[in-house]
Write a protein that binds this ligand. Structure first.
Ligand code: BGC
Length: 338
């Protein structure tokens, strides 16, 4: 639909609804075209995935003021990493304290004009044994979708971070469809973020099958190549944990990123789906010059294609903000937002 016909269509919908009593106009005008949403999301950061806040709200590192700081620094989006399975009873019911904390996070993000992505981050569980975690996976989305169905459309749902392992590309295509159906029972027009299997790898985009008639979808990819640089010294990365001194920043290395992203852009155009670079960054053990060069190259290249991005991450590791010192990690922050 062209821009003009879209406007005419919207005006017609509004007129019909006004004639019908005018109550549903808000819902009709709330729909955000996913390409437009990605434009608004622009620059973002992953937050509170590994914060003690989920175990004990009083022990939280991340405070209300950090939402304001994030917005003031020039970010427009936060991606909240949720380990929802860790806060469920045997029937899959999410506990109240988890939901209350999540309400707090969503409200604070929205009141600071930040877009919010609610990202289910129990990816390791599902990857190990998809079938036994499936009830929890669907229960999570049934509850979250219902709870936030009337929230602003600046809240988005991300079905699952980095599907991998036993959750093969083929199985993931089934699981994402089922979760999307659950979400669509209550959230007809909310944009939902979905990425390819194999850790949201750009190399597996072609295997991602999305329902053709659902256009309220944003496609996400993660980029940590080359792993020997971005994960050097990272204890959870067996092949890279003993590496150190790996540098990054030659013209050839930058070209690889540009070529990789250009291939994603081709896929995006061919499939008419907007792109979010949902995670990228280099672990704190690499030298800072290389990390700055890498972070800046990825952010600028993503922006040159009109994608949104969310840096990994605010606190914990790969940090862009030092909560203990109450200051930005300036070189990284500047690399993200020049
Ligand atoms: C994981 C983190 C990890 C990061 C980079 C994220 O998706 O949740 O634990 O630090 O990827 O490897």
């Amino acid at each position: 639909m062209s821009r003009v016909s879209r406007l005419i269509f919207r005006a017609a919908v509004v007129a019909i609804l006004m004639a019908a009593g005018g109550t549903i106009i808000y819902a009709a005008s709330k729909v955000i075209d996913p390409f437009k949403q990605v434009k608004q999301m622009r620059r973002g950061v992953n937050i509170i995935g590994y914060d003690p806040i989920w175990k004990d709200f009083d022990k939280r590192r991340f405070q209300e003021k950090h939402f304001k700081l994030i917005r003031k620094a020039g970010f427009q989006t936060v991606r909240i990493n949720l380990h929802g399975f860790d806060h469920m009873d045997a029937t899959g019911k999410l506990d109240e304290s988890f939901l209350t904390t999540l309400d707090w996070a969503v409200e604070n993000a929205l009141s600071n004009n930040l877009n919010v992505i609610l990202d289910l981050h129990n990816y390791t569980d599902v990857a190990k044994d998809p079938a036994s975690y499936k009830p929890k996976f669907l229960a999570f989305w049934r509850q979250i979708a219902t709870r936030y169905k009337d929230s602003s459309n600046h809240v988005m749902f991300e079905i699952l971070n980095e599907p991998n392992g036993e959750l093969t590309p083929q199985l993931w295509n089934e699981y994402l469809r089922e979760a999307l159906n659950v979400i669509r029972e209550t959230n007809f027009t909310r944009n939902v973020v979905i990425g390819p299997a194999y850790w949201n790898s750009i190399d597996h985009l072609s295997e991602l099958e999305l329902p053709k008639n659902d256009r309220q979808i944003i496609v996400t990819v993660h980029y940590y190549k080359p792993m020997a640089f971005t994960h050097q010294g990272a204890p959870w990365s067996p092949e890279n944990k003993d590496l150190s001194g790996v540098k990054w920043g030659t013209e050839a290395e930058k070209r690889i990123v540009e070529d990789d992203f250009a291939r994603v852009q081709e896929w995006s155009k061919a499939n008419n789906r907007p792109i979010l670079l949902g995670e990228f960054g280099a672990y704190d053990k690499g030298d800072i010059e290389s990390r700055v060069a890498y972070t800046s190259c990825l952010a600028r290249t993503a922006e040159s294609f009109g994608w949104a991005w969310t840096y990994w991450q605010f606190d914990s590791d790969f940090i862009v903000y030092d909560i203990d010192k109450e200051q930005w990690v300036k070189p990284i922050q500047k690399a993200l937002i020049p």
